[in-house]
Design a protein around this ligand. Structure first.
Ligand code: 5AD
Ligand code: SF4
Length: 439
C-alpha cells in the first residue's frame, strides 16, 4: 500500500484542507506514513500570509531533494496558498526540479486524478486554477481528532484588507448551503463529536452570496444550536460585520462558546483606514463593550499587526491604548510583512525594522501582563473542560479547554477519558495556561 505524508503550514483553514487531502488519499488507497522518509507521496500544504512562511517553505522543499534522489518514484507535491501565486510557481519550476506536482487552493479535490496522471505519464504536473470553481460537497475528510471537528462554512474572502494576500489566493466569498452544513454537523454529532468549529475567513458575512435563501450567520448558528451539540465555536469574525443579532444568539445559547476572536489589526483609526478595515478605534471599542455587556463571561482574543507602512509612534500608542481598554485574553501579534500585489506593499514604509521590533516587544509585554491578569481571575473557580488527553508540552499532565478557550492542565484520574466534559477547579494561573484539579 502506498504511503503519504502531509506537512501543513498556516491557519486552521489549511489544517482542515489537509484533512480533506488525507481523506481523498485514503479513499484512493493510500495510508498514512509513520515518517516522511517512509512516504511515497510527500505533500507540503503551504501558507503565504507572511513572508517568513514563504521562506520556510523554500527551506523545506530544498530539504526534500535528497529524499527524491533516494527514491525517484516518490512524488513530491506543493499545494495551498503559495502555489496559487504565479511568481512562486515559477520559482519552484526553475529552482526545484525535484518537485513533481504543484496545485493551488481551488482544485484540491482533483488530487487523486492528478496523481494517477503523474504515475501514468511519469512527468511533472502543474495545475493551478485561476479562479474558484463551484463548491465541492461530499469530499471525504480524515478527521484528526475524534471529539473536535472543523466545518468550513464558507470559502474565500471579499474584504481586501490592504495588507492581506488571502483574497488573491483563496478567491471570492462562497458560502456553503445551510443544508449541507447542517447535514455535516449532524453526522459529526452522530459520530461522537462534542465540539465543532465553524470556519471561514469572515464568518460574519456568511450567506450574503446565497441566492435562494437569505440565511445569515446568526441564523445558521441558531439552527446548529438547536442540535444536540455540546460546544460550538467559530472563526474568524470581522468586526465590521459582527451584528447585534449574532451577539444576541450567542447570549441566548450557552453551548456557543464564550470566546470571540475579533482581529483588531491596529488601534489607530488612521491606520485602520489605510488597512481598509471599515471601522475606527472608537467603533471597535464600542463593539467590544457591547459584547462584554451582553455576554459577561466572554473571552476576547485578537490579531494585531505592528509596523504597517507609515505607522507612527502616536498610531502605535493608539494600539496600546485599545489593547489596554479592551483587555484581551490573548493576542496574536505580527510585524507587518509586505505581500507582493497587495495595495499596502505600494505604500512607503520609512520605519526601520528595529523600531518595529521594539514596538512589537512593548505590545507583547503589555498583552502578557493583561493575559496573566485575566487568567488569575479564574483561580479558585470551577470550569468545565473538554478533556483532550495527554498534554502536548508535558506528558505528566492532561489538558483540555474551557468555554473561554483557556488551555487548562490537570492530573488525570481513572474517572475521566478524552472526549469527556469534566469539571476542574483552577489552582494556578500562568500567562498562556491555567492549572487545575479534576473534581
Ligand atoms: N503582514 C503581517 N501580518 C499579516 N496578517 C495578514 N496579512 C499580514 C501581513 N501582510 C495577519 C493578520 C491576520 C492574521 C491571520 O495574519 O493579523 O488577522
Ligand atoms: Fe485577509 Fe482581511 Fe480577508 Fe481576513 S478579512 S482574510 S485579513 S482580507
Amino acid at each position: 500500500m502506498k504511503k503519504y505524508h502531509i506537512t501543513t503550514f498556516g491557519c486552521q483553514m489549511n489544517v482542515h484542507d489537509s484533512e480533506v487531502l488525507a481523506g481523498l488519499l485514503e479513499k484512493s488507497g493510500y495510508s498514512p506514513a509513520a515518517s516522511i522518509e517512509e512516504a511515497d507521496l510527500i505533500l507540503l500544504n503551504t501558507c503565504c500570509v507572511r513572508e517568513n512562511a514563504e521562506n520556510r517553505l523554500y527551506g523545506n522543499i530544498g530539504n526534500l531533494k535528497s529524499l527524491k534522489e533516494q527514491n525517484p518514484d516518490r512524488i513530491i507535491g506543493v499545494c495551498g496558498c503559495m502555489a496559487q501565486q504565479a511568481t512562486v510557481v515559477e520559482k519552484i519550476r526553475e529552482t526545484y526540479p525535484h518537485v513533481d506536482l504543484v496545485f493551488g487552493t481551488h482544485n484540491l479535490h482533483e488530487l487523486p486524478r492528478m496523481l494517477k496522471q503523474i504515475e501514468a505519464e511519469r512527468s511533472q504536473l502543474y495545475e493551478i486554477w485561476d479562479s474558484e470553481g463551484e463548491i465541492y460537497e461530499g469530499l471525504p475528510v480524515k478527521r484528526t481528532e475524534p471529539f473536535r471537528a472543523w466545518v468550513t462554512i464558507m470559502y474565500g474572502c471579499d474584504n481586501f484588507c490592504s495588507y492581506c494576500i488571502v483574497p488573491y489566493v483563496r478567491g471570492r466569498e462562497r458560502s456553503r448551503g445551510p443544508e449541507a452544513i447542517l447535514t455535516e454537523v449532524k453526522e459529526l454529532i452522530a459520530s461522537g463529536v462534542k465540539e465543532i468549529t465553524l470556519l471561514g475567513q469572515n464568518v460574519n458575512s456568511y450567506g450574503r452570496d446565497l441566492q435562494e435563501s437569505n440565511f445569515n450567520f446568526a441564523e445558521l448558528l441558531k439552527e446548529i444550536s438547536a442540535l444536540d451539540i455540546k460546544r460550538i465555536r467559530f472563526q474568524t469574525s470581522h468586526p465590521k460585520d459582527l451584528s447585534d443579532e449574532l451577539i444576541q444568539v450567542m447570549a441566548d445559547h450557552p453551548q456557543i462558546c464564550r470566546h470571540l476572536h475579533l482581529p483588531l489589526q491596529s488601534g489607530s483609526s488612521r491606520i485602520l483606514k489605510l488597512m481598509n478595515r471599515h471601522y475606527t478605534k472608537e467603533s471597535y471599542l464600542e463593539l467590544a463593550e457591547k459584547i462584554k455587556t451582553k455576554i459577561p463571561a466572554i473571552a476576547l482574543t485578537t490579531d494585531i499587526i505592528v509596523g504597517f507602512p507609515g505607522e507612527t509612534e502616536a498610531d502605535f500608542e493608539d494600539t496600546l491604548d485599545l489593547v489596554q481598554k479592551v483587555g484581551y485574553d490573548g493576542a496574536f501579534t505580527f510585524i507587518y510583512s509586505p505581500r507582493p500585489g497587495t495595495p499596502a506593499a505600494q505604500i512607503e514604509d520609512p520605519t526601520p525594522m528595529d523600531v518595529k521590533k521594539a514596538r512589537l516587544n512593548r505590545l507583547i509585554e503589555l498583552q502578557n501582563r493583561i493575559s496573566l491578569q485575566k487568567n488569575r481571575a479564574f483561580v479558585g473557580s470551577l470550569t468545565e473542560v473538554l478533556v483532550e488527553g495527554v498534554s502536548e508540552k508535558n506528558p505528566e499532565v492532561w489538558s483540555g479547554r474551557n468555554t473561554q478557550n483557556k488551555l487548562i492542565h490537570f492530573k488525570p484520574t481513572s474517572k475521566v477519558k478524552p472526549g469527556d466534559l469534566a469539571i476542574v477547579r483552577i489552582t494556578e494561573a500562568r500567562t498562556f495556561t491555567l492549572e487545575g484539579e479534576l473534581l
